[in-house]
Structure formats: structure tokens, C-alpha cells
Design a protein around this ligand. Structure first.
Ligand SMILES: [Zn+2]
Length: 60
């Protein structure tokens, strides 16, 4: 039996990598690659999500 407490799990949306740096393909004037930081919308950039342990038993 699983204890019915909140468990912190790795976000399944981003797989624990909440902030992805996307290369835009252009370069900044000083020669760096220009990147955009995209934060995972599911976990808000935390990489983990607190879910009730009994959530998996929730039926329809
Ligand atoms: Zn996420």
C-alpha cells in the first residue's frame, strides 16, 4: 500500500528539464548564439510536480 501523502515527482511534461534554451539561429552582436529560455508550462519551471499518491487510483 502506498501512503496517501503528497509525492514529488519529476514533471512528465518536461522530464525534469523545465527550462530549455532554444537556439534562435541568429547571433548576438558579440558573437554569442542567441537563445530563448522556454519554461515548462506544466511545472512552471520547477521540474517537479507534487501529486497526491492516490491520484493514480482516480477513476472516471
Ligand atoms: Zn515540467
Amino acid at each position: 500500500m502506498m501512503p496517501q501523502t503528497l509525492t514529488t515527482r519529476v514533471c512528465s511534461h518536461c522530464d525534469g528539464f523545465p527550462v530549455a534554451h532554444i537556439t534562435t539561429g541568429s547571433r548576438t552582436p558579440d558573437g554569442q548564439r542567441d537563445t530563448l529560455a522556454a519554461t515548462c508550462p506544466a511545472c512552471k519551471g520547477t521540474g517537479t510536480r507534487a501529486t497526491p499518491a492516490n491520484l493514480t487510483h482516480a477513476g472516471k
